[in-house]
Design a protein around this ligand. Structure first.
Ligand code: URA
Length: 273
């Protein structure tokens, strides 16, 4: 087979050495953090630099229990996520776990907790290019179960709780998540009241990539899942609170540990595609 090379992620068959699992942070700087965590948990050597870094796509190649695992950042939002997922899938990657950060809209969920997504409300635009809007954005059951098992085993040690449920995935951080402190201080009528509506429909949280990822994985016959760490709460009495560095550190660290553990569970249980 001729060597396949992917333009945006700057990866090819040779570089990825047969990796079939990927952890997908949004932030390119989080790729290194995840590689370092994998290094410390499994005693794996951490490369001096990324395998590739082009635009928002920063990739490390790591070993977990004898299997090659990629860590590739997606950038923020559906369009850039779709490019990462499509190009990685073309290279043969079959299991995708988003490891991100999120804001919660339920009062019962705290900063530093983690959310394992069962399915996403498709408020994005990119996923409609892969499957019609009636198509559900659902996590693959094996990946979701691995994430829940990982969360259950680590939550006590990490000092957080985990929550399993539906996520809303938007295209915009300000208007789409009904942030009244946005530049215009005006939320278009279509979006006003959406936080309360999703809250009443038991949606747990909001972020910006899971609906694209999960729709694509379903439509392409791949396994997708999503774990996010809570860095912001839109609880009824805390709307408008800023995201602090400490909140980011906590949410990020917890989601990363659970994402890594889920990959280990999937690898060691040899859960088939
Ligand atoms: N990411 C989001 O999309 N929203 C938040 O509130 C936090 C992280």
């Amino acid at each position: 087979m001729p060597r396949r090379a992917m333009y945006h992620v700057a990866l090819d068959d040779e570089k990825i050495q047969g990796a079939r699992f990927v952890l997908l942070p949004g932030d390119p700087f989080r790729s290194r953090l995840i590689a370092e965590r994998i290094g410390s948990v499994y005693g794996a050597p951490v490369p001096d630099g990324p395998l590739a870094h082009n635009r928002e796509y920063c990739t490390y190649l790591m070993d977990i229990r004898g299997r090659k695992v990629l860590v590739t950042s997606t950038g923020i939002g559906g369009p850039s996520t779709s490019i990462a997922v499509d190009e990685l899938a073309q290279l043969g990657v079959h299991t995708f776990i988003r490891v991100g950060t999120t804001g919660v809209i339920q009062d019962s969920i705290a900063i530093g907790d983690v959310v394992v997504t069962t399915g996403s409300v498709r408020l994005d635009g990119a996923s409609a290019d892969y499957a019609p809007v009636e198509y559900p954005a659902v996590a693959h059951p094996e990946v979701m179960l691995a994430l829940v098992r990982a969360a259950k085993s680590l939550a006590g040690t990490l000092g957080c709780r985990y929550h399993v449920g539906v996520t809303a995935s938007t295209d915009t951080f300000y208007q789409g998540q009904e942030r009244v402190d946005a530049c215009s201080r005006y939320i278009p009528r279509r979006l006003r009241g959406m936080t309360e509506e999703w809250r009443r429909l038991h949606v747990l949280n909001v972020e910006m990539e899971s609906s694209t990822l999960l729709t694509m994985c379903g439509a392409l016959g791949l396994r997708g899942g999503c774990v996010t760490g809570v860095i912001n709460t839109r609880a009824t009495d805390r709307v408008g609170e800023p995201i602090t560095a400490e909140h980011l550190r906590l949410g990020e660290a917890h989601a990363v540990m659970i994402g890594i553990k889920a990959i280990e569970i999937l690898i060691t249980n040899a859960m088939p595609l």
